[in-house]
Design a protein around this ligand. Structure first.
Ligand code: GLU
Length: 569
C-alpha cells in the first residue's frame, strides 16, 4: 500500500503518541540479536510453556521432539516462558517444568533453565520481561499503518459478536465489524491524546475469501482461508497476545522450526501476515498431534482434570523409569522407532534418528499398558546396582520410610535388587515403576512384611480353593515337615533335591510330566509344594527363585515365617 505523505506523517504521530518513550527501532533489535553462528542445517527450536498450572504431558512430547531435532542438527533447543496471561499464572509452575525436563533428561541448551535463571544471548527468555521488544515492534507497525488503537469496550465487542452469531456471519473483528479500523487516523490521534483507553490491533490485509497455502513440515501442504481478522497485538495490560509475541520472539531468537500443538494450526494465516507485515521471514511450522486417551471404546483428548496421566508429575511420583518413558515417547513420535529398537536393543533412544516426516498427524494415543511394557523392558535392562540407585533416588523423594530401610543395609539391598538380574540368563520382568518395588519386595523387610500380614492377611490358604485336595491340614503338614528338613547350608541342587524328597513322601508328584498325565494319583505336584513354601515365606504367589530368597532372609527368619504361617492357617 502506497501511503500518502500526510497519512504517513500522521501514522508516525500516532505511533509517537502511543509509545512516547520508545526510542529504539526494529533495526536496533536486529543488531542486538544477530543471526546465530551455527552449522548449515542446524535447527533452532523451542518450547513455550505457559506457567499456568501443572506441567502437561504434552509439554514433555514437545520437549522430546525439540531435544532430538536440536541435538541431531547441531542446533539449539531453548525454553521460553510464555507468561503473558498473568491472571492465570501459578506459583511454582516454572520450577515444575524445569524439574520435569531435568528428570526426563530433556534439558534445553538455552533459555529459562530454572527459577529466575536464564542462559543464552537471545534473552530475556521470559515474555513478561520482553515488554520493550514488543513495544518497539508494535510502534513500528503503527508507523507503517499496520496497527491501530481500538477503543471498543468489551461490552461493545460482545454486542457485535452476538449480532454476528444471530445473523449467522463469521464472528470476529474484521471488515465492517472492525469499527476502529474504519475510524479516521485524525480521530484515533484525537482520542489517544484525550487519554481514552485502548488496545492495539493489527490491520489485516487478507480476505477470508482467498485461500492461502503453506507447508507444515510434518503434515505437508495445507490450504486454508486467509485471515481477515484485526487481531489484538497488545492487550490492555500492555502485554502482547500469543500471536504477536510468537512473531517477535521467534524472529529475534532466530527460531528455525516452530513445533507446537495442533490447536495453533488454524492461526498460521494470522502469523504469516504478521511476519510479512514486520518484514520478517516466517519459520518452518510443525504442528504436533493432540494426545488422546482411551475412554471405554472411544478416544478423547487428555483432560487435565480427569486424567492423572495428563500431568508429568504423575510419571515422576509413580517412578516411571526415565528410559522407559522416553522410549515410549519415541514410539508415539516416530512409527519406525519400535522396529529400530528391536534391532538395537542395547542402544538408547538417543541414538535413534528422529524424522519429522515419520511423525503421525493423527491424534497420538497415550497407551499406558504399552508404556508399562516399555518401562518393564527398561528396568529389565538394568543391573542390580542401577536398580538400587534408582530405587534410592525415587524413594528418597516419594517414600522416605522405604528409603531409610533400603539405605540401612546397602549390601543386603544390593543383593535383593540383583536377584535374577546379575548373572541371570532370563531376567524377571516384574516391575515397571519404582513405586511398585516396595510392595513387590516387601517380604525382604521384616517390619513391612509383618504389617502386610496384619493388615491384609495370609494368602497361603488360597491354594485350597484352586486345589481342593490340598487342605489346610495338608499345608500344615507340608510346612511342619519341611521346617524339620530345611538345611540352610544346602546348595541350590541339594536344596531342590531335599524339597522333592519331602514333597514325595507327603504324596506330591515330583515329575511334572507324570503329574500332568495322572493328576488324580497325587495330592499335588512339586510346583504346588513349592508354592506352599513360597507363600509361607513371602505371602506372594510369584517371586524370584525361592531358594535365593530363603538364603537372603536367613534360616531363622525363613523358619519363623513358616511357623507363623502354620499358626495362622
Ligand atoms: N504458550 C504456547 C502454548 O502453551 C506455546 C505455543 C508455541 O509453542 O508456540 O500453547
Amino acid at each position: 500500500m502506497e501511503m500518502d505523505k500526510d497519512y504517513e506523517r500522521k501514522c508516525y504521530e500516532l505511533a509517537y503518541l502511543i509509545f512516547p518513550d520508545v526510542d529504539e527501532t526494529v533495526d536496533d533489535l536486529e543488531i542486538r540479536y544477530p543471526e546465530r553462528n551455527l552449522p548449515e542445517g542446524a535447527k533452532v527450536v523451542r518450547i513455550g510453556p505457559s506457567p499456568t498450572g501443572m506441567m502437561h504431558t504434552g509439554t514433555l512430547f514437545q520437549a522430546m521432539i525439540n531435544r532430538k531435532l536440536a541435538t541431531q542438527s547441531g542446533g539449539s533447543f531453548f525454553v521460553r516462558v510464555e507468561d503473558t496471561d498473568q491472571k492465570r499464572e501459578v506459583e511454582g509452575a516454572v520450577e515444575e517444568i524445569m524439574a520435569g525436563l531435568k528428570h526426563f533428561d530433556l534439558m534445553p541448551d538455552e533459555g529459562v533453565v530454572g527459577k529466575d535463571k536464564e542462559i543464552g544471548d537471545y534473552g530475556p527468555y521470559t515474555q513478561s520481561k520482553r515488554r520493550e521488544i514488543y513495544r518497539i515492534c508494535a510502534k513500528h507497525l503503527v508507523e507503517i499503518g499496520r496497527a491501530y488503537p481500538c477503543f471498543c469496550t468489551s461490552e461493545m465487542l460482545q454486542k457485535t459478536h452476538d449480532a454476528q452469531v444471530a445473523n449467522k456471519v463469521i464472528p470476529g473483528y474484521y471488515g465492517v465489524y472492525a469499527k476502529c479500523r474504519n475510524r479516521s487516523i485524525d480521530e484515533a490521534i484525537e482520542r489517544v491524546k484525550n487519554g481514552e483507553k485502548f488496545i492495539l490491533r493489527f490491520r489485516s490485509n487478507g480476505s477470508h475469501l482467498n485461500k492461502i497455502a503453506f507447508i507444515d513440515d510434518a503434515r505437508g501442504k495445507i490450504e486454508m482461508a486467509d485471515n481477515d481478522e484485526d487481531i489484538v497485538l497488545i492487550k490492555s495490560d500492555g502485554l502482547p497476545t500469543y500471536h504477536f509475541a510468537h512473531v517477535c520472539d521467534d524472529h529475534f531468537m532466530h527460531t528455525t522450526h516452530v513445533i507446537r500443538a495442533e490447536e495453533w494450526l488454524p492461526s498460521v494465516p494470522k502469523h504469516l501476515q504478521l511476519f510479512e507485515a514486520m518484514g520478517f521471514k516466517a519459520p518452518h511450522y510443525i504442528h504436533t498431534p493432540t494426545i488422546m486417551i482411551k475412554d471405554g471404546e472411544s478416544k478423547r483428548k487428555l483432560s487435565k482434570r480427569k486424567d492423572k496421566v495428563a500431568a508429568v508429575s504423575y510419571f515422576i511420583s509413580a517412578g516411571y523409569p526415565v528410559e522407559g518413558l522416553n522410549d515410549y515417547l519415541m514410539t508415539i513420535l516416530n512409527s519406525d522407532f519400535e522396529m529400530w529398537k528391536a534391532q538395537n536393543k542395547d542402544k538408547s533412544y538417543k541414538d535413534f534418528e528422529f524424522k519429522l516426516d515419520k511423525m503421525s498427524s493423527a491424534g497420538s494415543l497415550l497407551d499406558i499398558p504399552k508404556l508399562n511394557d516399555l518401562s518393564k523392558e527398561a528396568i529389565a535392562r538394568m543391573n542390580g546396582d542401577e536398580v538400587l540407585r534408582n530405587v534410592l533416588e525415587w524413594s528418597k523423594e516419594f517414600n522416605k520410610e522405604f528409603y531409610d530401610l533400603v539405605n540401612k543395609d546397602l549390601e543386603y539391598s544390593r543383593k535383593i535388587f540383583g536377584l535374577e538380574r546379575d548373572n541371570a540368563t532370563k531376567i524377571r520382568k516384574d516391575i515397571y515403576k519404582w513405586e511398585d518395588v516396595e510392595p513387590t519386595f516387601r517380604y525382604f523387610f521384616n517390619d513391612n512384611f509383618a504389617k502386610e500380614l496384619k493388615e491384609e492377611g495370609y494368602i497361603i490358604t488360597s491354594i485350597t480353593e484352586e486345589k481342593p485336595k490340598i487342605t489346610k491340614e495338608i499345608i500344615v503338614k507340608c510346612l511342619e515337615t519341611y521346617i524339620n528338613e530345611y538345611n540352610e547350608k544346602d546348595n541350590k541342587d541339594e536344596w531342590f533335591a531335599r524339597m522333592k524328597e519331602v514333597a514325595q513322601n507327603l504324596g506330591f508328584c515330583v515329575n511334572m510330566k507324570e503329574y500332568k498325565a495322572e493328576p488324580e494319583k497325587y495330592i499335588g505336584s512339586i510346583a504346588d509344594f513349592s508354592s506352599i513354601v513360597r507363600m509361607a515365606v513371602t505371602n506372594k504367589k510369584n517371586t524370584p527363585d525361592i531358594y535365593s530368597i530363603m538364603q537372603l532372609l536367613g534360616k531363622d527368619e525363613t523358619i519363623n515365617r513358616m511357623k507363623d504361617a502354620i499358626a495362622n492357617i
